[in-house]
Design a protein. Structure first.
Length: 151
């Protein structure tokens, strides 16, 4: 019989390594959830200033972006719906100075994040790049929000 399998010091070390890995995994999950909540907040804060007659979906549904499994799909939906709502509201006021209101940025960032999660080797780099694009999308939405509040 192999003595290394019954050695208690080795079992303790393996348990410590597993506990450390579980701790790192929990930390990563919590950070990802916090990022989703912050992202949802900024999209919601911008979207709620759009008049309700131009909103394509209720503003509260934007918070579904923070839900772990359906959040990715909802982020794609919000990256399409929110800029279109801003465009419709600006068009109703006779303004077209805001461009696409971040439509392309949101679409690239949200779809790229989903694709990055599915691709094994370069996926983390794709997701990181698309996260930067999503930050630019949020900045564009905040600019649209300020323009909507001023008009």
């Amino acid at each position: 019989m192999d003595q290394s399998l019954s050695d208690p010091s080795l079992n303790g070390a393996a348990g410590g390594i597993l506990a450390a890995l579980a701790g790192v995994l929990l930390f990563v999950v919590v950070i990802a959830l916090l990022i989703n909540v912050v992202l949802s907040y900024f999209i919601w804060a911008a979207y709620k200033v759009v008049p309700t007659e131009h909103q394509k979906l209720p503003a509260g549904l934007v918070w579904l972006c923070a839900v772990p499994c359906i959040g990715s799909i909802m982020l794609i939906v919000c990256s399409v719906v929110v800029p279109q709502a801003f465009q419709a509201a600006f068009a109703a006021k006779g303004r077209n100075d805001q461009g696409d209101c971040g439509f392309v940025l949101g679409l690239i960032g949200s779809i790229g994040t989903v694709v990055g999660a599915a691709v094994p080797v370069i996926g983390p780099l794709v997701s990181l790049g698309c996260f930067v694009v999503l930050i630019v999308f949020i900045v564009k939405l905040q600019g649209c929000k300020k323009a909507m509040q001023m008009s």
